[in-house]
Design a protein. Structure first.
Length: 117
């Protein structure tokens, strides 16, 4: 292998690694703006405080996730984002793909993170 090929491979590896780290980093969002989105789109199932205890929750099987619980809060932002965008088969959580702009998703995730117990 030529030296230039090795150097090119190293540069590509570093750039790709940096890009993945940047994408994995949780961007700062505005939890206050996220709360507004949450109250409009999520509270009817997850409840006003995110504990999965809305009036509708009694009629849903399985019940909505408790967003304040360790099980939910331990998920990565990417996992939470995927659930929001794709929904959860076998639950009442439907897909919200296309419902939010990227900045709104970031704000919603910031609000969800603020619900930690």
């Amino acid at each position: 292998m030529r030296l230039t090929s090795v150097l090119s491979l190293c540069v590509c590896t570093v750039v790709l690694g940096f890009t993945q780290m940047t994408m994995a980093a949780s961007p700062k969002g505005n939890p206050d703006a996220g709360k507004k989105i949450y109250l409009e789109s999520c509270q009817s199932c997850h409840g006003p405080t995110g504990k999965g205890d809305s009036d509708m929750a009694a009629y849903l099987t399985p019940p909505p996730a408790n967003l304040t619980a360790k099980a939910t809060q331990s998920k990565t932002d990417a996992q939470l984002r995927r659930t929001i965008l794709e929904g959860r088969p076998g639950t009442a959580m439907s897909s919200y793909d296309g419902a939010f702009e990227e900045s709104q998703l970031v704000d919603l995730l910031a609000y969800m993170r603020s619900l930690r117990q």
